[in-house]
Design a protein around this ligand. Sequence first.
Ligand code: RNT
Ligand code: ZN
Length: 414
Amino acid sequence: MTRFESAKEKYARLGVDVDAALKTLASKAISIHCWQGDDVVGFENSGEALSGGIQTTGNYPGKARTPAELMADFDKAASLIPGKKRINLHASYAVFEGKRVDRDALLPEHFAAWVRFAKERGYGIDFNPTYFSHPMVKDGLTLSSPDVKVRQFWIRHGIACRRIAAAIAKELGTPVLNNVWIPDGYKHTPADRIGPRVRLADSLDQIFAEKLDGVIDCVESKVFGIGVESYTVGSNEFYMAYAARHPGVYNLLDNGHYHPTEVVSDKIPALLAFFDKVPLHVTHPVRWDSDHVVLLDDELKEIAKEIVRCDALDKVLIGLDYFDASINRVAAWVIGTRNMEKALLMALLMPHARLKALQDAGSFTEMMMLDEECKTLPFGDIWEAYCEMQGVPADASWFDAVKEYEKDILSKRA
Ligand code: RNT
Ligand code: ZN
């Protein structure tokens, strides 16, 4: 009997169907963010530094400088990650094959290279308008600016991006999640907290006015950013209420965007009680929205468990969002995405129906016992078998491929 077979038997004894779990896992796509590969720089070559209260730290050599490099790095990472993949793009990653245009004039053709890339690999695409690192961000504000010219520029950008998302969805035959995150806020205590929010709501109404097939709209709140510590226009309450009042607009949860003792794992079932979709940005916040590489920690496991036990794998849209410039960026992609896959597999390998029944029967002793017993089942044997079935390295040997790639390719980038 192989280790896999013996592990399967142990799971079966607790009522878990391992084959079914593996089949389900293989069918769930993870949206992998393109911006881990180049520290959120993009291809505009505008000379603008990363702004908007987000920060990459570190200067590990070898970051991607061109679309070709970023795509090659992404391919290398993807070859080491099991499971179904999507690629998450930002508007600032437009590939200009001809004339350059500003963000308010972007067109689907500027993403043709990405569509080709995705099509060839069978990936879906997700999209994000880029409301930061641009001279039209005035006093740190975009869609909530008191300056109508600034607002209009960013509204045009928002509209352009939704049309791009719709065109991509049509081209690929799969919906595109279009996520609005803006950096707007103040470093100092504001004198007017409602004015910017009323302006933001109006800007969003204009952006979302057009009915577009294939686009899933969402808004992403945040508690604070670096340099904007005192006030965030797009707060949690603001966007939650906005999404609740605007059918078709969803509230994206980024687990780096809440107070440190709040957990997104508990917010997922709360939103699922009212929304048919819950988009996520999965990150690893260390004390703040630091966007470290996703680790297989307790909260990641808990997030995955909620997705699985709410029977919401088709409702929760999982995207990753981190940008670590202090380590090999390809490895960062692989580690974080493999961890998301591992957490989902762990969650799928639990007897949820039985655990729920125990809770409802008030059998809390047995529920605790069973939950704890699950933690020492031979998960590693199932994970290895899954990786083998998926044709990717099952163990730490994937890192050899990254080391070789670093030696041959990354280290030669100036
Ligand atoms: C910022 C948000 C946002 C960005 C990306 C690059 O705090 O998390 O999602 O990280 O759009
Ligand atoms: Zn995010």
